[in-house]
Ligand binder design. Sequence first.
Ligand code: G3I
Length: 373
Amino acid sequence: MTQKHTPWTTIVLLALAACGGGSDAPTTPTTPATPTTPTTPTTPTTTASPLRELAAAKGRSFGVALDAKFFANDAAYNALVAREFDMVVAGNVMKWEPLNRNGRFTYRWANPDALVAFAQTNGMKVRGHTLAWHQQNPTWLTGATWSADTLRQLLKEHVDSVVGHYKGKIHAWDVVNEALNDGSGSLRTTGSPWAPALGRDYIDVAFTEARRVDPGALLFYNDYNLEFPGAKQDSAFALIQGMKARNVPIDGIGFQAHLQVGGGATAPSRQALVNTFNRFAALGLKIEITELDVRVRTPGATAADLAAQAQAYGDVVAACLAVSACDAILVWGVNDGESWINTTFPGWGQALLFDDALGTKATYTAVRTALGG
Ligand code: G3I
């Protein structure tokens, strides 16, 4: 295979030298060793273009969420990530609790810094996930009662600290994640540190502050179950319409696309996705599929389930390619075994592109085919 870029084996050797350790405790990223040309460069085992090259040829990014396995410095895993993907997002370490669990003014930057360093070494964009959410908030925040004014200040302070720390290094921020209730699409207040006291105003505060701190980062609203028409999708549309009317800065919408097929569940068709993406693109928004996975019954997936799963992956990619405002697709994990699905939806799984031996699956082939590979 003619290398169109620095041999990924060299890139990965440099990247691994820049990566932090692998545990939940913050590790100080090792300073990158002086780049050395491998004495016996290993020939990549695959001759086919990786997903990142196929996507780039279509003007898209194809990315992945990274979590504990990445920080464990698994060389084969990280080499696969560097080879196949050109965008990364932290599955956890950039969220408020992992960053700020030790106190209001102490931030655990080591692991997210190592992820950003790996991305920079490997020519990858970084999605920042996430600044304001109802989950994974530190106990010092959720365990106290704050006035509305203080809550606004705390939110601005967090945005200033995190967006400021990564200024110029983030392609897009999920500024606000999952602000709407499932079903009705009403404003989510349960579990939210923000909405009970501030209502929807917290959303405006977060987006406005993020723009002020890093004007170069795209600002996204991110949510799930928006892929299907209905009250929640309508509510998200109205939310963003209102933000636009108030001149609150917002650049895009993230469709998480946590999909399920089999046992009566179906994924949205290619055309249904195109219609949805075009609906939001008409607001002047970029579209990104931010957390794609397609779960099937595990154990017990039938051949028809697996075929429908591959079809769903292909349809999401095809729909993104059919809508010019769609510029990125990210899968929420590398291999099936690391997926959040396994612990959240017992009896479901096998949701990703690679098996636990890091071999490609029919879902990977479906993505390749849809990308023109
Ligand atoms: O960091 C702690 C660690 O200190 C502790 O020892 C360990 C055992 O209790 O828990 C660790 O935290 C876990 C964290 O993942 C990091 O591994 C949390 O318990 C666990 O709940 C958390 O799960 C994450 C989940 O969000 C939280 O809702 C998943 O990994 C992550 O993939 C998932 O991602 C979300 C997106 O952010 C938003 N969209 C939905 C998606 C799936 O829920």
